[in-house]
Design a protein around this ligand. Structure first.
Ligand SMILES: Nc1nc2c(c(=O)[nH]1)N[C@@H](CN(C=O)c1ccc(C(=O)N[C@@H](CCC(=O)O)C(=O)O)cc1)CN2
Length: 287
């Protein structure tokens, strides 16, 4: 439905949250279309409640819904958000020398598979060595980085993200490690595709690490970026079988398809407000 809204929330668990939230929507004439919840009772010190509700506001103004819900949210100390389901999310894509994930995201965007608005592409390599894909009107920024220029380059990255209003930064095989400051700046608005089934084979050249180890399965992991390399909360993963006859180059080739689909699914989930933070983990309300 054109004006479906998505309410997502998390708070310390206690009885009555679902009743209060659904009652809030009912009292304002909203029609609930889909509701998912999860009670995380794995932490001995605190139970955490998570909820995602898709609803038709049936004419109720979003700003008044937000201001009214703020009171209820305060009562439960909720982290919460109300967003329009159909609004394309502004995404900045960062890439280095391998463009397969970038090209895949652009294809899925152009065909309407993922609801994004690509506002910028940044590479630490020149356009001609980054991709020969048609970028259309999407601004391309060549921001080279050296040990000496890293701080300034990261400042430029932050500036582009600010100036374009990027809501999500996607590291589509961007092969530079974010400083602690850069990781903290983007927080859980930055998704990386790591080309291994984490926590296995963190860091550089994971396919070569895997080949050396003689694995029989390879994978890819989309995760939020944190200061700890490849340790961020995992959003989505997938795997493929390989054999003893596969070379490291075979693993790289076979891995590309896994990376593409895992990153695209993570972007789809995030831009549909289906990913909620749960400490060093995520809650993903699939749909
Ligand atoms: N702070 C973080 N930064 C980045 C993360 C992360 O989780 N936290 N993910 C990486 C992506 N990545 C693996 O997925 C990765 C990228 C780069 C390296 C690495 O060793 N890079 C070298 C330079 C390599 C080159 O110039 O080709 C380095 O930065 O010294 C390891 C893993 C993105 N950033």
């Amino acid at each position: 439905m054109a004006d479906t809204l998505i309410l997502t929330l998390s708070c310390e668990d206690r009885p009555g949250i679902t009743a209060r939230v659904t009652g809030f929507l009912f009292e304002r004439g909203c029609n609930i279309l889909d509701a998912q919840q999860f009670n995380d009772r794995s932490d001995k010190d605190r139970d955490r409640f998570f909820m995602r509700v898709a609803f038709d506001p049936t004419g109720t103004r979003t700003d008044s819904l937000r201001s009214d819900f703020k009171k209820l949210a305060g009562e439960f100390s909720m982290d919460w958000k109300i967003a329009a389901q159909d609004r394309p999310r502004r995404v900045m894509i960062m890439v280095s020398k391998f463009d397969h994930c970038l090209v895949d995201l652009l294809y899925r965007w152009r065909t309407g598979e993922i609801n994004i608005d690509p506002v910028a592409i940044i590479s630490n390599h020149p356009l001609e060595t980054t991709t020969d894909a048609d970028l259309g009107d999407i601004p391309f920024h060549y921001l080279p980085v050296t040990k000496e220029s890293k701080a300034d380059q990261e400042r430029q990255v932050r500036q582009v993200a600010h100036d374009t209003g990027a809501e999500l930064v996607v590291l589509a095989r961007y092969m530079q490690i974010f400083s602690d400051e850069q990781s903290a700046h983007f927080g859980c608005r930055c998704i990386n595709i790591h080309h291994s089934f984490l926590p296995g084979f963190k860091g550089a050249r994971p396919y070569h690490q895997a080949h050396e180890r003689g694995v029989k399965i390879i994978g890819a992991t989309a995760h939020f970026v944190t200061a700890d390399l490849d340790e961020g909360p995992i959003i989505h993963q997938d795997v493929e079988r390989i054999t003893h006859a596969d070379s490291a180059a075979d693993l790289v080739r076979k891995g590309r398809d896994i990376e593409r689909r895992v990153l695209a699914e993570a972007v789809r989930l995030f831009t549909a407000d289906r990913v909620l933070m749960n400490g060093n983990r995520t809650v993903v309300f699939r749909g």
